[in-house]
Every structure is written in structure tokens, then in C-alpha cells.
Design a protein around this ligand. Structure first.
Ligand SMILES: C[S@@+](CC[C@H](N)C(=O)[O-])C[C@H]1O[C@@H](n2cnc3c(N)ncnc32)[C@H](O)[C@@H]1O
Length: 256
């Protein structure tokens, strides 16, 4: 949860966010579909926690899912809604809510959170409250897929280049600290083909969760861990106690 209720700079600039995170979402959504099939017997209704600009929701909606998203930042949501409208995606809806205290509008077969969104939850209480809300939103047998960057011994750092039409973006993202509360920083350099350029630099206070902390909070909230993957492929399955730099944890609401 944001401390002090402010929204980070990056999320107040949704157009710049989308230019930096503009890679194709097909591989990610293929993977989620495979997970839903494998661990929940398929899904029709999907909920995204911290949906941002609808980067993934657009792909789910194009594939025919009924997809809902919630986010705490209205600038991100406004862009998500504009995309749904422009593309005629009547089966996607995004609304403002705190992922630690929301009542779901309907019952979902599956839920996801991507790009280390749970790192925004800074206390065990907020993580547990978040997982309780998600458990409540899922049908029995439904799954929650959490993509996050767990606490690690080494230094977490990523660089990538994004090249949507007419602009090239060099991106660096790194974490100061290894576990618990950490500072994550980013430096994005935008160069438009017309010659204009811009640098976006910022930082966020995040929480680097241990895999076993998330699993313990999930059990308390009534969700069972069923699998963990280290990449967007079912063949990347790892043991639940295996260290990895990216964890994709699948939790399931037990069938009563
Ligand atoms: C890294 S972005 C991910 C956005 C999107 N899921 C994607 O994959 O591009 C994290 C998102 O989580 C949202 N967020 C952070 N804390 C939140 C909270 N407590 N409740 C709801 N959304 C939150 C931010 O506003 C931001 O849009």
C-alpha cells in the first residue's frame, strides 16, 4: 500500500509507462491460460490486481475473457479505459480500488498480479489482507497467479530496450537492498524519431518478499500454494522452496 497515499511519478505518466513496457503480451497471457487450464480446469472470468494501463487486460479481452481490473491510481485507470473504448473491448472493465481492501464485484475463476505489483504491499498485514480479498473473490478451485521478484542474495537489476512506433526507450531498473523494505529505482531514456528526448528517473519504496513469507500469508488467508514457476512457461516449474530471481506463484482456493 502506498504510504501517505501518494501516487508514484511513473504511474502519473501512463503514456510514458506504456512506452517503456511496450513488449508483446502474448507470451505472458499464453502462460496464464496454460496455468488456468492446468490448475483451475480453465477460466472465463479473470481479475487483475493492480491492472495499471490494462497492458495485460487488453490481451485477455481480445481472447474473449470477461476481465476486470482494479488499481489505486486513476491516471493509470483512465488510460486503461480509453484503450478498452478505442478497441471496442466491452468485456473489459477497470475500477479504482485498493487491492488490500476491496469487495469483488463478481466471482472469478482466476486472478493475476504482474510485474511485482505485490512489492507495493509494505507490511505483512497488508499482504495478508490483500490475499484474503483475493480468496474471497475466487470461486472454489479458482487460482491466483502472482508474479514477483523475491528477496535475493544478489543485486536485482534489469536493463531492456523498448521500441514502440516512433520512439526508442532505454530502460534500467534496479533494487537497492535485498530483502524487506527496499528502494527500487528506474531510469528511462526516451528518444523520439523527430529528435525530441526525455529522461524519466524515479524511485519507489517496495517490499522484497521472501517466497515462504508469501506462501505463509496465503495459507493464513485460505489459499493453498499449488506450483511455482521461474518463467512464463510451464516447463520452468520449480520447487516451492527453490530460490529464483522471478517467482510466479500459483495459489488456489480449495474446493470445499
Ligand atoms: C508495476 S505496475 C503493474 C501494472 C500492470 N499490471 C502491468 O502489468 O503493466 C503496478 C500497479 O499497481 C498499482 N498499485 C499499487 N498499489 C496498489 C494498491 N494498494 N491497490 C491497487 N493498485 C495498486 C499501481 O498503481 C500500478 O498501476
Amino acid at each position: 500500500m502506498y504510504e501517505g497515499g501518494f501516487t508514484y511519478l511513473l504511474y502519473r505518466k501512463p503514456l510514458l509507462y506504456d512506452l517503456a513496457f511496450s513488449w508483446s503480451t502474448g507470451v505472458e497471457v499464453d502462460f496464464y491460460e496454460a496455468v488456468f487450464e492446468e490448475h483451475a480446469g480453465g477460466a472465463e472470468k479473470v481479475l487483475e490486481l493492480g491492472c495499471g494501463t490494462g497492458r495485460l487486460m487488453v490481451e485477455f479481452a481480445k481472447r474473449g475473457y470477461l476481465v476486470s481490473g482494479l488499481d489505486i491510481c486513476f491516471q493509470m485507470l483512465r488510460r486503461a479505459r480509453a484503450k478498452f473504448e478505442e478497441q471496442g473491448l466491452w468485456n473489459a472493465e477497470a475500477y479504482i480500488a485498493d487491492m488490500c481492501k476491496f469487495g469483488a464485484r463478481q466471482c472469478y475463476d482466476a486472478a493475476i498480479s504482474a510485474l511485482n505489483t505485490i512489492g507495493h504491499l509494505l507490511t505483512k498485514e497488508s499482504l495478508r489482507s490483500h490475499l484474503e480479498c483475493v480468496a474471497e473473490a475466487l470461486r472454489p478451485g479458482g487460482v491466483y497467479c502472482i508474479v514477483f521478484a523475491p528477496a535475493s542474495e544478489g543485486r536485482l537489476a534489469h536493463t531492456w530496450t523498448s521500441a514502440p512506433e516512433g520512439v526508442k526507450v532505454q530502460c534500467k531498473w534496479w533494487r537497492d537492498g535485498n530483502r524487506g523494505r527496499v528502494v527500487e529505482k528506474y531510469l528511462f531514456t526516451y528518444r523520439w524519431s523527430g529528435g525530441k528526448s526525455l529522461i524519466l528517473y524515479g524511485m519507489m519504496i517496495m517490499y522484497a518478499w521472501e517466497l515462504n513469507e508469501v506462501i505463509a500469508a496465503a495459507r493464513e488467508a485460505g489459499l493453498e500454494p499449488v506450483a511455482c514457476y521461474s518463467d512464463f512457461s510451464l516447463s520452468s516449474r520449480v520447487e516451492l522452496d527453490e530460490p529464483c530471481s522471478r517467482a510466479i506463484l500459483v495459489l488456489r482456493r480449495p474446493v470445499e
